[in-house]
Design a protein around this ligand. Structure first.
Ligand code: HEM
Length: 58
């Protein structure tokens, strides 16, 4: 869940059951509706995926 109609926050993304390291890395490498295409290098993708996953509540 995100704020109404806006981008989901990283905590919300991290806590979706469907979010995994692989799903994040696939997402970073594809184009998205309503989201700018950032160029994320492979080394940054690791850090970014780890950071987002660190927000997962157990
Ligand atoms: C480094 C910057 C960013 C990262 C790492 C990032 C990452 C993500 C991730 C992981 C999702 C969820 C994908 C899923 O549904 O599984 C998402 C969704 C989304 N993001 Fe971002 N995002 C970034 C920047 C932005 C910015 C700057 C915007 C808007 C200006 C934005 C707008 C959205 C929207 C609207 C969604 C919801 C999905 C959709 O409507 O297509 N994001 N983002």
């Amino acid at each position: 869940m995100g704020t109404r109609g806006g981008p989901p926050d990283f905590v919300a993304i991290a806590n979706r059951p469907s979010t995994t390291e692989l799903s994040l890395k696939v997402f970073f490498r594809t184009s998205h509706h309503r989201m700018p295409n950032a160029i994320i290098e492979p080394a940054q993708a690791d850090d970014l995926a780890n950071y987002i996953l660190s927000l997962k509540r157990t």
